[in-house]
Write a protein that binds this ligand. Structure first.
Ligand SMILES: [Zn+2]
Length: 131
């Protein structure tokens, strides 16, 4: 069920709200950026993320032939969400940045592994327990 959550970067300079369905799978991906930053997103659709404050504090980082943009807080380095433009504007919201979601709730979320390293997003990579 779609519900609105609030979130922030670690230092609180960036605050946002996102319409998310945490009954849907969350993702772990073996792409180089996800692997290096241990990004754990859940998908929000177009219009499903609204920055409440601090957007200028995000340093944009473009990758994947500049099709993807993720913002890192310039103070604490946290990445609250990123956008993926080639398949429509959708957001990957960092579950670690949500407020009001307990450790128990996080531990119950369904996780799908995506083989982003080989652009086979619908398939799980051979190895994913480390992601
Ligand atoms: Zn911050």
């Amino acid at each position: 069920m779609l519900k609105t959550y609030r979130g922030s970067c670690h230092c609180g300079a960036v605050r946002f709200e996102a319409d998310l369905d945490l009954d849907q799978p969350t993702y772990r991906c073996n792409r180089s950026i996800c692997r290096r930053t241990h990004f754990w997103p859940v998908v929000a659709r177009d219009g499903g993320v609204r920055v409440l404050s601090g957007e200028p504090e995000l340093t944009p980082y473009l990758f994947n032939r500049r099709k993807n943009q993720h913002g890192f807080c310039r103070h604490c380095g946290a990445r609250p969400y990123g956008t993926d433009t080639p398949i429509g504007r959708m957001y990957g919201v960092n579950l670690g940045c949500l407020e009001g979601v307990s450790e128990e709730e996080l531990s119950r979320l369904s996780i799908s592994c995506a083989d982003g390293l080989n652009d086979r997003w619908q398939d799980a990579p051979a190895f994913c327990s480390h992601l």
